[in-house]
Design a protein around this ligand. Structure first.
Ligand code: ATP
Ligand code: MG
Length: 366
């Protein structure tokens, strides 16, 4: 008899298509576990969503964080509703989970999966020119949520929003970014700021970056870009980019750009990591609740599957890397075929058909 490891996963489907893609991801992960046979997943679903917020006035119960702390990882769908302002839903659920659980790194891999029509093809760029790893600072900066006020004074209303950057916060994200770059074949890191216009936080980013860079001399090749110039470079010279590190706000924007350049926001994954492993990390597709297509069963579940693959890699702590790679292969076999990929990728399948196709491919690949 083989030993089976059980991974306990807190599942938060949330709103809109988050519900569809989470259900699909759980089905695929259960199939993966059953096929490999050395581990299994035990999902517990939490009904924390905007729909529930509208009914009961809260997103998470008071002991919500304590409840989550018992799990090996958190799997998240999406949160957002046309009936709740975005800043309420974000601060009701996802931002507090990231903060409380020390998830100071947000990792967003970007590649063009087979079958995707990437917009850059029109500028004679090859799909393989996009192979990026965006490292987003996930705990402070522009989303620190501290010290902001709105003064409703005469003669004008003044709103302030404070971006907070700490040396500790910057140093740990730089180190993570250099280690990530070092682990990738090209070993290149681009550090992004807006230090020409923002004279304190961004200048500290520059300073700490240079200090940490010294430790990687001759190991990681690096350069620096202003965020505005970086958007141009990602379009015009995608092949010159490998690993990117940027602030909470800048990396959020760059990763949506990256997702669009890779062909669809529906395929892009993300991982919110606590590298110390003291708290659970959280895995979620980068897309939102997409109310325009919610309830139609047509959402692309690939971003959710890819996030699930990253969760497998994380909980496996090195033991399941091959399983995660093979799982990605199964997903790519499905996106290669127009009959099994969804409409946003120029295919004809719905969520259920793509999910069933991945389940079949797991039998083929493993
Ligand atoms: P939220 O307010 O929750 O962020 P949103 O309206 O911003 O939701 P997103 O999910 O961020 O919606 O995506 C923008 C658009 O991209 C959607 O309206 C939808 O048309 C499309 N889209 C996003 N995700 C997917 C997906 N998984 N499959 C297909 N289309 C998608
Ligand atoms: Mg959105």
């Amino acid at each position: 008899m083989t030993n089976t490891t059980t991974y306990n996963i807190a599942s938060i489907p949330g709103d809109g298509i988050g519900v569809d893609v989470t259900e699909a991801a759980e089905a695929v992960l259960n199939k993966l576990a059953e096929t490999v046979g050395t581990f299994k997943f035990n999902f517990t679903t939490f009904d924390w969503s905007s729909k529930k917020y509208l009914e009961r006035g809260w997103y998470m119960p008071e002991d919500g964080m304590q409840q989550l702390s018992k799990y090996d990882a958190i799997y998240f769908g999406a949160v957002g509703s046309p009936d709740v302002p975005d800043h309420i839903s974000l601060w009701g659920l996802i931002l507090p989970i990231r903060k409380y659980n020390n998830q100071y790194v947000n990792v967003r891999p970007t590649r063009v999966l087979p079958g995707t029509v990437a917009p850059l093809a029109q500028c004679q760029k090859r799909p393989q020119d996009i192979d990026w790893m965006i490292i987003r600072e996930n705990s402070e900066g522009e989303y620190a949520g501290q010290g902001g006020t709105t003064h409703e004074n005469s003669p004008d209303t003044i709103a302030t929003e404070v971006a907070i950057f700490t040396r500790v916060g910057i140093e740990r994200i730089m180190r993570f970014a250099f280690e990530t770059a070092k682990s990738r074949p090209r070993k290149k890191l681009t550090m992004v700021t807006k230090s020409n216009a923002q004279r304190h936080g961004m200048v500290l980013w520059d300073k700490v970056f240079h200090e940490v860079a010294k430790e990687y001399e001759g190991v990681v090749e690096w350069d620096k870009m202003l965020v505005d110039a970086m958007t141009v470079r990602m379009v015009n010279k995608p092949e010159s980019v490998d690993t990117i590190v940027a602030t909470n706000l800048h990396a959020d924007i760059l990763s949506d750009l990256a997702a669009a350049l890779a062909g669809s926001i529906g395929i892009a994954p993300s991982a919110n990591l606590d590298p110390t492993r003291k708290y659970p990390s959280m895995f979620e597709p980068i897309h939102g609740s997409a109310p325009d297509i919610a309830g139609q069963g047509i959402a692309n579940p690939v971003g959710a599957f890819w996030s699930a693959a990253e969760m497998v890699r994380w909980v496996g702590q090195g033991k399941l890397d091959k399983v995660a790679d093979d799982f990605m292969q199964a997903i790519e076999n499905v996106t290669s075929n127009p009959k099994t990929r969804t409409k946003d990728m120029g295919g004809s399948a719905n969520t259920k058909e793509t999910t069933e196709a991945v389940i079949k491919q797991i039998d083929v690949v493993f």
